[in-house]
Design a protein around this ligand. Sequence first.
Ligand code: C2E
Ligand code: MG
Ligand code: MG
Ligand code: MG
Length: 292
Amino acid sequence: TVQHQGGNGVCFYTPEMALAASRRTLLTMHLAHAVQRNELNVVFQPIIEAKSGRVAGAEALLRWSHTNLGAVSPAEFIPIAEDSGLIVSITDWVLEAVADQVDRWHGEGVQCGRVFMNVSGQQFLRGRLTTRLAELMKEKPHLAGLIGIEITEQAAVRDLKATVQAISELASISVETAIDDFGTGYSSLSYVQQLPITKLKIDRMFVDGVPHNRKNSALVRAVVGMAHGLGLTVVAEGVETLAQRDFLTDVGCDLLQGYLFSQPVPPKTLVILIGDQPDSWKSSPRIGSMVP
Ligand code: C2E
Ligand code: MG
Ligand code: MG
Ligand code: MG
């Protein structure tokens, strides 16, 4: 199909594009009711302290399950939520769900460390999140130190000044901000260094290749070294193998997260994992050659 768009701009639509557009429309339509129809839930992936193998915290990840469409991946519906504005109510919902869960765990004496939720760039700078978190911290002071926010590197450097402001405000109410997907945003550590953050998450893309891919390995090693030089804690995402775990521990990654330890799981399962961490979660110490 050829469509004329005024002037001499001509646009070609393929059947695939039409199909993708109708899927988007369909998802947007259904997503608008997801909160109200109780179709959302949050799962938690443990974040492991590399040296001890202990659960040091968790990342909250959103799940959407629709009666007819089944499970839709956040990689697909989050961009749709962002474009349609639905992200505002969805972020509100996630925040309440995470705060509720952390509150409940605190009451039950479950020590899960800090729980990080993901926030889209636009939502992070809007101020609504900080306001609500400040309210929550006032109502429930015991939540202090137990909630964190992840924003992507890309979102963080888009408006550096506003991001610095938002991170500082959150820090003042003891909400920690971590930079997610580091390495995929085409910015440099010297740029990120201007942010008052304490934690950097190296994207799965780089973790994938270690220890066999020499370039990825060199990159991870360099990022960890520089991040530590800047006083930042480093988390490696997407750890799937023992070889990756050992390499990452050896180069000094502080925290590890990935399917090797656990998939994102429902709250009850996370509590079981916290109470009973397998020995294999602890990295076997290396002698000699692997140590930088
Ligand atoms: P992310 O924040 O970088 O989250 C990490 C993603 O990697 C998650 O995918 C997680 O399930 C997956 N993952 C963890 N370990 C492994 C591993 O060892 N191997 C592989 N292959 N994957 C692993 P998920 O849950 O599908 O989420 C995808 C993205 O959707 C997230 O990436 C985040 O950007 C976004 N997202 C998820 N929940 C939310 C939310 O509540 N709000 C916002 N704004 N975005 C969210
Ligand atoms: Mg994340
Ligand atoms: Mg990530
Ligand atoms: Mg990601």
